[in-house]
Design a protein. Sequence first.
Lengths: 166, 82
Amino acid sequence: MGDDCIQYNSNNNEIFIIDKDIINDFFKDSNYEKAELFFIYLTTQCEHNKAYILPYLFEEIKSKIKEKLGDEITRSEIIAYLENWIEPAELLGEDCGEEKHDTKLLYKILNLINPNKRIILLSNSYEDEETITNLSIDNLQSYLTSKKSFAEYLKYNYGVDDGASY
Amino acid sequence: MMSDCSSMETKPKIESITIVSGKRLSAVERARLNISQEDFAEIRIVKNSPRRMETKGIKKEVKPTEGFRDSIKRAGLLNTSF
């Protein structure tokens, strides 16, 4: 387990919050690579390898999957895969149902209980928010591939330089 | 012949899928799955199934997201917008 922390999941500094943007991208027929890159990053590099999402956003996603799929095994498989990368956040009863308010609240809560971590909101909707460390989907690839260990991981395992094929 | 009525009434359901580094598994389990410490394993917990837990190896050259993408394609959910 000790070695595990060196080569894999050695990034113990970042915790991500996501909204529906990155999930919508992963479900796209094309141009899903950025989203895929993010999920690979979570699995291979991050100690906290699930991104937080507002619980009602996750419920909306699950409801749509259930609405579209009648077969229990298929829909439960899709939801189980999502839950490997995404975790509904606990909002301590302070949420009001308004997405921007609740996202900022979640950001504050995570900062409060993880004072030594970098909380990063991955979304296209908060670029003007100065009080939040926001990463847009457009900037995601360059951000992730600027991490030396991840760039090396991609090159070593998938034979791509600096995420060039993404 | 005994019929399995309970399995007809309660269909299998995947409760969780967890993808972990091969390093987290024992050497015996890695050998069983034919994976190295650098590979991954997908662990499925399946409800109402004779095989409650299913594990499969994911070689390091295979992206850990591929199972999820294949599942989305098979389900016809490509281009679903949430």
